[in-house]
Every structure is written in C-alpha cells, then in structure tokens.
Design a protein around this ligand. Structure first.
Ligand SMILES: Nc1ncnc2c1ncn2[C@@H]1O[C@H](COP(=O)(O)OP(=O)(O)OP(=O)(O)O)[C@@H](O)[C@H]1O
Ligand SMILES: Nc1ccn([C@@H]2O[C@H](COP(=O)(O)O)[C@@H](O)[C@H]2O)c(=O)n1
Length: 226
C-alpha cells in the first residue's frame, strides 16, 4: 500500500490557507487539519477562564488543562474544547487579537504539536495540514510543502469583503500585518517558509487557480516518490 500523503500548507494570515487546504483535501480524498483553529481554541479557553493571555507564565501554567479535539473532515471542520463546540466563537475579534500572544508560549506549542502529529499519524490516506510552522517544525518530512503568500493589500481587501465591509480595509490590513509580525518574530517555531517548500503567490490568482496549482504540485511530488 502507498504511504499516506502529507501536505503542509503554511503562510501569513489571510493568504488563502484554509480555503485552499480544504479544497485540496476534498479533491485528493485526504483529511484536513486547521492548526490555527487549535491555537484559537486554546486562546478562547484561556480568555473564557480568566487567564491573563499577556502573562506567558500564566499561559504556560494552564496550557495543559484544556482538551482540544479537532475534526478532520474538509467539508465540515469542527473543533471543541473540553467538549464545547467552539467552531464559531474562535473567529471572534477578541480571540484573533489574543492568539499570537498565546501561540508564542512554548508550552502551548508543544501541546498543540502533539495533537497535530497524532492527527497526521492517524490519517489513513493522508492529510492536508495548514498553519505557520508545519513544513519547518511539525511535519518536516511532509510529502509536499507549499508556502502561500499574497500582498497585504490584497489580503486585507479579501478579508474585508468576507466581513461584508464591517471592518475597513485599512484596519484589517493593520491587524493582519501586526499578527504576521508577532508570528514571524517569536522565538519558538516562528512563521517561516521551509527551505524545500514551493511558494505560491495568490495575489493575482482565483481560488480555483490556486487549488489547481497546489494539486498539480502534490501530484508532481507523488510521481517522484512513488
Ligand atoms: N485566491 C483567492 N482569490 C480570492 N479570494 C480568496 C482567495 N483565496 C482566499 N480567498 C478569500 O480570502 C479570505 C481569506 O482566506 P482564508 O481564510 O482561506 O485564508 P487563511 O490564510 O486561512 O487566513 P487566516 O490565516 O487568517 O486563517 C477568505 O475570504 C477567502 O474566501
Ligand atoms: N501552525 C500554526 C498555526 C497558527 N498559529 C497561530 O494561530 C493564529 C491563528 O491562526 P489562523 O491561521 O487561524 O489565522 C496565528 O496568528 C498564529 O499566532 C501558529 O502559531 N502556528
């Protein structure tokens, strides 16, 4: 039997990782894991339990207490913490503003990485895993590694459209640039492109074009290893 296919899709905020990863997984018949949702879920739990998310010692002390369970169906990705479905609440502005501080704490990362490697190991056909450090740290032996990029202006415009213009493009761009700087600047497994990843700039591409390009890259890789 063929080895499971592991696809790592990393990149800055709003470059299209989730949209692309779900579609690629569905097309290739693979599982799907949104690691950003896991960091958001533990952040939601900390905020909900009155933990000061700007106090790394308090975050580290409580990092092991929450049980995060991620679904891996690309057509219906769900996530829960301590049995509470948090699929929607983890997208709040409050969680988005706090998540980079929580994800920078090494104790949080080591727990999430355990979950992520376990999900990859148990995906029978294989899995598409999206995040910031999948190709560099979590799954360095992935079959294919993609690093999605797009200009900050394009990302902000797309996100603002998604939010029906309720947040201005300028404020959206400022927030995503700040989050990228925090994620790139942290000590433990920062946002970075793996040396053997292929960069795909999505600025001028439709989602369908990005998906086709990523599927082609995975198929090319598989042709060389199988
Ligand atoms: N190629 C594309 N063309 C147009 N819009 C796109 C494209 N890719 C993604 N989008 C849109 O851009 C927005 C951000 O996409 P998505 O949530 O997939 O990015 P992300 O990298 O997972 O973001 P985050 O890092 O914040 O989780 C969504 O509204 C999505 O529909
Ligand atoms: N592998 C990862 C994935 C995410 N993060 C952190 O989570 C935040 C939210 O991620 P989204 O993809 O949902 O936007 C992100 O800003 C990072 O702080 C991470 O550290 N590592």
């Amino acid at each position: 039997m063929d080895n499971p296919v592991i696809v790592a899709i990393d990149g800055p905020s709003g470059t299209g990782k989730s949209s692309t990863s779900k579609a690629v997984a569905a097309k290739l018949g693979l599982s799907y894991l949104d690691t950003g949702a896991q960091y958001r879920a533990i952040t939601w739990w900390m905020l909900n339990n009155g933990i000061d998310v700007n106090d790394p010692a308090a975050v580290a002390d409580t990092a092991g207490k929450a049980v995060v369970v991620s679904g891996t169906d690309p057509l219906d990705p769900q996530i829960s913490v301590d049995g509470v479905d948090v699929t929607m609440p983890i997208r709040s502005q409050e969680v988005t503003a706090a998540v980079s501080a929580v994800s920078a704490v090494p104790e949080v990362r080591s727990r999430m990485v355990e979950y992520q490697r376990a999900a990859a190991a148990s995906a029978a056909a294989g899995i598409v895993v999206e995040g910031r450090d999948i190709g560099t740290t979590v799954l360095p032996d992935a079959t294919a590694k993609i690093f999605l990029t797009a200009s900050a202006a394009v990302r902000a415009a797309r996100r603002s459209t998604e939010l029906n213009g309720t947040v201005s493009v300028a404020a959206t761009q400022e927030a995503l640039t700040r989050r990228d700087a925090a994620d790139s600047g942290r000590k433990t497994s920062p946002l970075a492109m793996a040396a053997d990843a292929v960069e795909v700039d999505t600025s001028e591409l439709t989602l369908d074009q990005v998906v086709d390009r990523v599927v082609a890259l995975v198929e090319q890789k598989l042709a060389t290893v199988r």
